[in-house]
Design a protein. Structure first.
Ligand code: SF4
Length: 440
């Protein structure tokens, strides 16, 4: 049966407010500004609560991935709230364009809207893969450049805030500076400025220096990395406010940035041609884009390092880390990137890792949870806890499991066996040395 809902037309840009699920809070606030610059009226959704998952369960098959269930539930909850003029409201959902189910959430959403009686609410797609060609919401070059800038600035602010807040002398200083920069960058985006490569390269060090100037006292903390399926990794709705919980446990949190996922998607396009064939152009075009992104990443990491902060390994290193553990052909969902991020975190001294896994997600159970044994065999100091997120999992249960992991981390910290900072780690940035005797 065809579940037909309204199409998002070009005219709706002026007449409709577009609701967007807030996946990565910092990056998405800047993406909102980028879309507003292009003339869209955008609102990031912050509604949460038990009813969101329940609505998702009511209108989506319960075998569906948890992120789809939550995003669809959140949209329906917003439409039910009475806050929006339903004839002038549209929804925006991301499509990765990869082989995984995330490319098809849009059809599940339309079906749910149809069944819930919201046939007049159009759905637009945010994608870089040329999907939904007949939609009035199209990716233009300026919008794409501004969205990428939003990812880079958001990643930088996230890294600086997370490495400053646990040590700041005045509580809330890092959060206030983050808000200040989000507002300043949003203003720049609205004016069509701040998103070119030279502007970003000039602004990154300015931001980093301001964070470095916040008075801090460096007392040893348990360092925790967070990896996982992209939605539950970043979204406070998806992971029950994981970052906030870890901060409340006196940890320093490291969430690998969203840029890595963008680079991974680019790399995979060329890798598909190398593995399965295709034209030279199909292989080369994403490689050129990747090279451009690598240049911006270098500027971002340089700004972090120059200001005295930890910078993540560049993508060119990241993609070599899973050598001998998992093949580059594992590119459904977060695929090999998830394994690479865990190795990079362990090598960087963030040995305590939460691996966030949604219910219904097969690829990430293979590349995340499924790789934990191998990583532990190669890096015995790795203290990784896979946490499942699904409608029936209780927050208390999830937090108790994380507390157990933190207890091990704290014990190591107190006994002096804590992480070696990555700069002093002789194996930093190297693929693990796998001998035939290694129990992998
Ligand atoms: S990565 Fe996992 S959660 Fe995401 S679409 Fe694929 S199966 Fe679903």
């Amino acid at each position: 049966m065809e579940y037909t809902t309204a199409k998002f037309t070009k005219d709706m840009k002026r007449t409709h407010t577009i609701l967007v699920p807030n996946m990565a809070p910092l990056q998405f606030k800047l993406m909102k500004a980028a879309m507003e610059r292009e003339g869209y009226r955008v609102e990031l959704l912050g509604n949460c609560g038990e009813q969101v998952a329940q609505l998702g369960l009511k209108y989506v098959h319960n075998d569906t991935c948890y992120p789809a269930l939550l995003v669809i539930g959140q949209f329906l909850d917003a439409l039910n709230s009475g806050r929006y003029d339903l004839d002038h409201t549209a929804l925006l959902i991301t499509q990765t364009g990869g082989g995984c189910r995330a490319s098809n959430y849009i059809h599940l959403l339309r079906k749910a809207l149809y069944k819930a009686g919201y046939k007049q609410v159009p759905v637009a797609s945010l994608n870089f893969s040329g999907l939904e060609k007949d939609s009035g919401f199209q990716m233009t070059l300026p919008l794409a450049r501004m969205l990428i800038a939003a990812v880079l600035y958001g990643d930088l602010l996230m890294a600086l805030r997370n490495q400053t807040a646990p040590y700041e002398n005045e509580k809330g200083a890092a959060a206030a500076l983050t808000d200040k920069w989000i507002a300043a960058l949003s203003r720049q985006f609205h004016a069509g400025k701040g998103y070119s490569a030279p502007e970003m390269k000039r602004t990154f060090p300015v931001i980093a220096k301001e964070f470095a100037a916040i008075p801090k006292t460096h007392t040893p903390k348990v360092k925790v990395g967070v990896v996982g399926e992209i939605y539950v990794k970043y979204s406070p709705l998806g992971n029950n406010n994981l970052e906030e919980f870890l901060a409340s446990q006196d940890c320093e949190v490291n969430l690998p940035g969203l840029l890595g996922f963008v680079q991974y998607c680019c790399f995979n396009m060329s890798e598909t041609v190398r593995l399965y064939g295709g034209s030279k152009l199909e292989e080369l075009a994403p490689e050129l884009l990747l090279r451009w992104l690598d240049g911006l990443e270098k500027a971002l990491c340089g700004a972090l390092k120059d200001a005295g902060y930890h910078a993540p390994a560049p993508f060119s290193v990241l993609r070599t880390l899973p050598d001998g553990i998992i093949g580059m052909g594992n590119k459904m969902g977060e695929g090999w990137l998830l394994t690479a991020e865990m190795i990079e975190l362990v090598q960087s001294g963030y040995e305590n890792i939460v691996c966030a896994q949604p219910f219904g997600c097969l690829p990430n159970h293979i590349c995340g949870k499924g790789m934990v044994g191998k990583i532990r065999a190669l890096y015995p100091q790795a203290n990784i806890t896979p946490i499942d997120y699904d409608p029936s999992a209780t927050r208390v249960n999830q937090e108790n499991r994380i507390k157990l992991m933190l207890a091990v981390g704290r014990e190591r910290l107190e006994s002096g066996g804590a992480a070696v900072p990555h700069e002093e780690n002789p194996f930093y940035g190297q693929a693990p040395q796998i001998s035939s005797a290694a129990p992998v």
